[in-house]
Design a protein around this ligand. Structure first.
Ligand SMILES: Cc1cc2nc3c(=O)[nH]c(=O)nc-3n(C[C@H](O)[C@H](O)[C@H](O)COP(=O)(O)OP(=O)(O)OC[C@H]3O[C@@H](n4cnc5c(N)ncnc54)[C@H](O)[C@@H]3O)c2cc1C
Length: 404
């Protein structure tokens, strides 16, 4: 009789693992605790699902051992993923930064077609099955919270991370793995907004501006990016901040963490100083605040300039070179102290997870429990913002399902 593979968790990685296992001839059962598969996928990318990214560089993947992801990502690479989705019937559209979306702009298309593909491959899908216990007794024995029992030769754990708990995010799979002796790193919200010290910047609530930003730990830059910043009443959000947040999430409570913002991406203080001098020579009658019209969102100068000791009402032609220099330095290197990261409910990914040293990177099989496999976000691997987390889910799901 063919091998019976049980997949626990019907999200991105679980659906892919189920398809890979069924394609190689396993009898496959997929257990999902929600009544609907892939609820996190459904809300991803604001309901549009940034399904992958064309940039294959390993630099976009993080974790205790960043090299761990290399095998799965090359076994099921970007080109293969594109082909897979194309075969599935999903036409794709590429947006800036290599971000790939379904042409339908609907995340539901991704879940619906993956489900159709899994069913067509013979996968038995059991929803409403909240797995409460996993044991090994010769084969694997699985018990759902409602008492239903399942047996299998192989188990693939794909229960994801703890983000979006209302949609099924949980540490259930991590706890099951830990009962087998697996270790889990401390976990943190990642790709989440950052809380800052209370300051006049809170007046900019709702303002969006494209900036160059750096995440600083004890004054040292650990990650930088150019993307949109969104000011919130508690601090900073928007894609640039979400993307930086994963790099500092574990350090915020222990170290001095800050974000340095350049409101003029690509310009250093000297260049901005020259730009302002020339601009103010042309329009000396304008107030300093008004002089940024057409360059910065109009709400920004009245808030930032007073913090630099400059009245926005001052005539631009009267500003001294020293003050202009102070403005140029301030606006190209605005440092904001970070006090906390927003909770898991607001995060897109979990930082941390099952320690990868105990997992074979080529097969994603446990080194401690033969027949037990892992894929997706529950492992200590996460990606940058922009489709990299799904890429990890597809690639690792495919390998753990036996497609590698
Ligand atoms: C708001 C938001 C937006 C996002 N947008 C994007 C994006 O556009 N692009 C991108 O690349 N990434 C995005 N992500 C991240 C991405 O959704 C995850 O990294 C990805 O879904 C992880 O796949 P996974 O299969 O490991 O986990 P999941 O997709 O979370 O699947 C885990 C599944 O396991 C089930 N489960 C949990 N416990 C049990 C149990 N005990 N028994 C049975 N089933 C269980 C859950 O219900 C869930 O269905 C976003 C995340 C969020 C929260």
């Amino acid at each position: 009789m063919s091998c019976h593979t049980l997949i626990i968790g019907g999200g991105a990685a679980g659906l892919m693992a189920a398809i890979a296992a069924a394609d190689r001839g396993d009898r496959v059962t997929l257990l999902e605790k929600n009544e609907r598969l892939g609820r996190k996928v459904l809300i991803s990318g604001n309901g549009r699902c940034n399904v992958m990214n064309l940039d294959p560089d390993l630099v976009h993947f993080h974790g205790g051992n960043p090299n761990f992801a290399r095998h799965a990502l090359s076994a099921f690479p970007v080109e293969e993923t594109l082909r897979f989705f194309h075969d599935l019937g999903i036409e794709t559209r590429v947006e800036n930064r290599g971000r790939v979306f379904p042409a339908s702009n609907q995340a539901a298309s991704v879940v619906d077609l993956l489900e159709d593909r899994a069913l067509h491959a013979g996968v038995r899908i059991v929803t409403g099955a909240d797995v409460a216990d996993l044991r090994r007794d010769g084969g694997f024995r699985v018990r759902a919270a409602d008492g239903r029992a399942f047996e299998a030769d192989r188990v693939v754990l794909t229960t994801g991370g703890t983000t979006a708990p209302s949609l099924g995010g949980s540490d259930d799979g991590i706890r099951m793995a830990c009962r087998f002796g697996h270790r889990c790193t401390p976990t943190f919200p990642g790709l989440a907004p950052l809380e800052t010290e209370r300051s006049a910047l809170h007046k900019l609530q709702g303002v969006r501006v494209t900036v160059a930003a750096e995440a600083l730990v004890d004054g040292r830059a650990v990650k930088s990016d150019v993307w949109e910043l969104l000011f919130r009443f508690y601090g900073l959000s928007g894609p640039v901040v979400l993307n930086l947040s994963e790099a500092v999430a574990p350090l915020i409570r222990e170290r001095l963490v800050a974000v340095r913002i350049n409101f003029f991406p690509g310009l250093h203080a000297n260049a901005l100083d020259d730009f302002l001098r020339e601009r103010w020579q042309r329009h000396p009658h304008r107030s300093v605040g008004f002089s940024f019209t057409g360059v910065l969102p109009d709400k920004v100068p009245p808030v930032l300039l007073p913090l630099l000791g400059v009245s926005p009402d001052q005539r631009a032609g009267d500003v001294s070179a020293k003050t202009r220099r102070r403005i140029a330095e301030g606006l190209t290197a605005w440092e904001v102290r970070i006090l906390d990261i927003r909770p898991f409910a607001e995060a897109e990914v979990m930082v941390g997870g099952i320690v990868t040293d105990d997992v074979d990177p080529r097969t994603l099989e446990s080194k401690l429990v033969p027949g037990l496999f892992f894929a997706g976000e529950m492992l200590d691997v996460h990606g940058d913002l922009g489709g990299f987390n799904f890429q990890w889910a597809w690639s690792s799901g495919w390998v753990a399902g036996g497609g590698g």
